[in-house]
Write a protein that binds this ligand. Structure first.
Ligand SMILES: C[S@@+](CC[C@H](N)C(=O)[O-])C[C@H]1O[C@@H](n2cnc3c(N)ncnc32)[C@H](O)[C@@H]1O
Length: 309
């Protein structure tokens, strides 16, 4: 199957509304992907506005360079959104951002390209790295990790009920032969799966868990949230779209902790000096009409917060 070149942006209007774009503001899109959200931000920016985009996938960066080559308001950086604070500090943007968007997870072109190894539906190298210029592939990680660590990852990031059995089967297989391809791994998972979910392929949860592990998605999000708040200008907006309940929980708790007074002890005044954010509205999910057009929006949740002075 040919790789999809397109990525249909999720919760596009809602995210742009949440960012409340100022005509001459400075914005950072930490997850360029194929540029759906970036294009919408640029369409609302005036001539003196700026959009700084980041993506850790070289293919996304190449698209950005072609798509917005002519636009002086736009710049793209190949890197980690978890280091957006360093990016801003180097360019004199610390504390000056009017908005940060993170649309986390993988893009459709990444999933649909068998050569990237994200999908159990195709055969390809068991890679799964969003940034193919560094780090361990999924195949290498399975070799280096202990069975107990693999089981923990499958359970924690994939809520896989057969985590221990699958992890043992992977390690047993690796003693006899290598597991280098997605279909090689699917066969091991299927052989170890006793309890099957009627509506899910037996490899769905394990593939999701491995992807999150290989790309340190939870760690990157944790660091990015804090960095974004430090880089925002007073009144600047943070908009995060997540696709996994663990990620959404992290975003929700972060915004809650950053916006709620803390009780030091009963009877004493509440502590408020840590408060940096105000939550804006409720969590937003895709509506019926978006879901009809784009089933991948099914698990997306958008949360927005505003930087306090
Ligand atoms: C869901 S897509 C974004 C789609 C984009 N909003 C659009 O409309 O085309 C997520 C993108 O974020 C990138 N990404 C994920 N985690 C990242 C990280 N920690 N640092 C930088 N880019 C990351 C992925 O490579 C992918 O291209």
């Amino acid at each position: 199957m040919a790789a999809a070149l397109e990525h249909v942006p999720v919760l596009l209007a809602e995210a742009i509304e949440g960012l409340r774009i100022e005509e001459n503001g400075v914005y950072l899109d930490g997850t360029f992907g194929r540029g759906g959200h970036s294009a919408a931000i640029l369409s609302q920016l005036g001539v003196d506005g700026q959009l700084h985009a980041i993506d850790r996938d070289r293919a996304a960066v190449d698209v950005a360079q072609q798509r917005f080559a002519e636009d002086a308001r736009f710049s793209i950086h190949h890197g980690e959104f978890s280091q957006l604070d360093q990016y801003c500090e180097q360019r004199g943007l610390a504390g000056r951002l009017n908005g940060v968007l993170l649309d986390i997870g993988v893009s459709s072109p990444q999933i649909d390209d068998p050569g990237r190894g994200f999908s159990f539906q195709f055969d390809g190298p068991l890679d799964m790295r969003m940034d193919q210029t560094r780090g361990e592939t999924a195949a290498q990680w399975l070799v280096s990790a202990e069975a107990s660590e693999i089981a923990r990852v499958l359970k924690e990031f994939g809520e896989e009920r057969n985590a221990k059995r699958i992890a043992s089967a992977i390690k047993r297989t690796l003693q006899e032969r290598s597991i280098e391809t997605t279909q090689g791994l699917v066969a091991v998972i299927e052989s170890a799966t006793r309890v099957r979910d009627r509506h899910k392929h037996p490899a769905t949860r394990s593939f999701q868990a491995l992807r999150i592990q290989v790309n340190d998605e939870m760690g990157a999000l944790r660091r990015a949230l804090d960095a974004a708040v430090r880089m925002l200008a007073p009144g600047g907006r943070l908009a995060v779209i997540s696709f996994h309940s663990l990620e959404d929980r992290m975003v929700k708790r972060f915004i809650r902790d950053e916006s709620t007074p803390r009780e030091v002890a009963r009877g004493l005044p509440q502590k408020t000096d840590h408060i940096r954010l105000k939550s804006v509205g409720k969590a937003i999910k895709a509506g019926e009409s978006e879901l009809k057009k784009n089933p991948r929006a099914r698990s997306a949740v958008l949360r927005v917060a505003e930087r306090l002075p």
